[in-house]
Design a protein around this ligand. Structure first.
Ligand code: FHN
Length: 417
């Protein structure tokens, strides 16, 4: 049993950070959702599975992978400008292709592609320079390339597989490489869950021994399911279901993995981008319930983060530059906000930040259920601290008289001090 303070120490930066960049990048960026002239339904990084592409055929993509536009510094700069504090990139996704140099297989970006560089090495250096924490996504269960990995029923006879051998002789040595050669690794982001609680425990103990400071995602499995599709298992925090924001606060560490469009890996014809306003409001909603947002980008086979996603991220970053105080290090307010209220509240000791999404037509904003929970002395706009507002209690609610118009159409932040 770990000493509880150890986990809090490990999680301190993560709780402060609140907003990270998820990156799904691999060979699947080449077909980008199209195989043999057919648009393949589903998320881009699942194309090998969804089109039942045989290993021998999919492997050939490696010969064509030459992302010459990849620039680690530029990716880190984008994350920074977006106000993100950490980055989690796919070291190995379900297709089994390794985006780092590894002695365990030649099926990796350095040995099997004309590119021949190690982007994770380059990113770890760029992140260090810029003070962004770097984590790795690692698919510990599904591996459609490895004969002992799970999930590839179209090439392999599943009854002959030995998953324990895969975990011990392939997964663990690869994690050792990642933790030793790229460290310090902020997060190991496991996915789907490890098949048995015993193996999840073995994996967790292994990572802990090697890197006690590395945070482990909830999808390592091995425990009970938490609310709905959320998972904590033996991990350090609850990983919510993909794109799922809980409807109320959760008093634990938790994170929502979220796509910026409808795929994780790049798909040439998915243009369904979330707007900057929607992202800011989702981030605020998540922080108001005590969680983190890990927002995904899917770079192209050339090595670029699609311009449409960069445009959204930069606008989110602009909003955060002006309003970051209400997000970083903030958490859930000491009172509940009805799901249909036109605002969300984030909180730091001494300050409630009311994020107003819908400006009231009569300028009077009712902050529900606050009586007895907060003792407000001053109400002002975060971006205009000199502009103080009148307020009064009405039954259990605080009613604040706002200026005529919002300062920010996306989310104007009112501070109750
Ligand atoms: O199957 C994966 C999917 O490709 C993607 O990586 C997401 C990200 O959270 N995780 C899995 C599904 O939950």
């Amino acid at each position: 049993m770990e000493a509880p303070h150890t986990q809090n120490d490990r999680m301190a930066w993560w709780r402060e950070a609140r907003f990270g960049m998820f990156i799904h990048w691999g060979l699947y960026a080449i077909p980008a959702g199209v195989w043999k002239g057919r648009c393949i339904p589903g998320i881009g990084e699942w194309i090998m599975h969804n089109a039942r592409i045989p290993v021998k055929e999919y492997e050939k993509l490696a010969k064509r992978f030459n992302p010459i536009k990849f620039d680690a510094k530029e990716w880190v700069r984008i994350a920074k400008m977006a106000g993100m504090k950490y980055m989690v990139i796919t070291a190995k996704h379900h297709d089994g292709f390794c985006m780092f140099d590894t002695d365990l297989t030649d099926y990796n970006i350095v040995k099997a592609t004309p590119f021949g560089r190690d982007p994770l090495k380059e990113l770890s250096e760029a992140c260090k320079e810029e003070g962004i924490r770097l984590g790795f996504y690692y698919s510990q269960t599904l591996d459609w390339h490895h004969p002992d990995g799970m999930g590839n029923f179209w090439d392999y006879d599943l009854s002959k597989q030995d998953f324990t051998r895969y975990l011990r002789e392939y997964v663990k040595p690869q994690l050792e490489e990642l933790l030793k050669n790229y460290g310090p690794i902020a997060v190991l982001w496991f996915d789907i869950t490890t098949p048995t609680p015993e193996l999840a425990r073995e994996l967790k103990d292994f990572v802990r021994r090697m890197a006690p400071e590395t945070i482990i995602s909830g999808r390592i499995g091995g425990g009970l399911r938490t609310p709905s599709t959320a998972f904590k298992g033996l991990g350090d925090y609850i990983t919510m279901g993909d794109n799922q924001i809980p409807d109320r606060r959760i008093d634990d560490y938790w994170e929502v993995p979220m796509t910026l469009n409808d795929t994780w890996g790049y798909k040439s014809y998915d243009h369904n981008w979330k707007t900057p306003g929607r992202v800011v409001q989702m981030l605020t909603d998540i922080v108001s319930k005590g969680g983190n947002l890990l927002l995904n980008v899917g770079p192209t086979a050339d090595g670029e983060i699609p311009k449409a996603s960069v445009d959204v991220l930069l606008k989110v970053g602009e909003w955060l530059k002006n309003n970051g105080e209400s997000i970083y290090g903030a958490g859930a307010a000491p009172f509940d906000t009805p799901a249909d209220a036109p605002y969300r509240c984030t909180y730091k000791p001494g300050r409630v930040y009311v994020h107003i999404f819908g400006w009231p037509w009569d300028q009077s904003l009712r902050v529900f259920g606050t009586k007895g929970r907060i003792a407000s002395r001053r109400a002002f706009l975060l971006r205009e601290p000199s502009y103080t507002m009148k307020w009064e209690w009405s039954e259990m609610d605080l009613v604040v008289l706002l200026p005529e118009k919002p300062l920010d159409g996306i989310d104007t932040v009112l501070v109750l001090e």
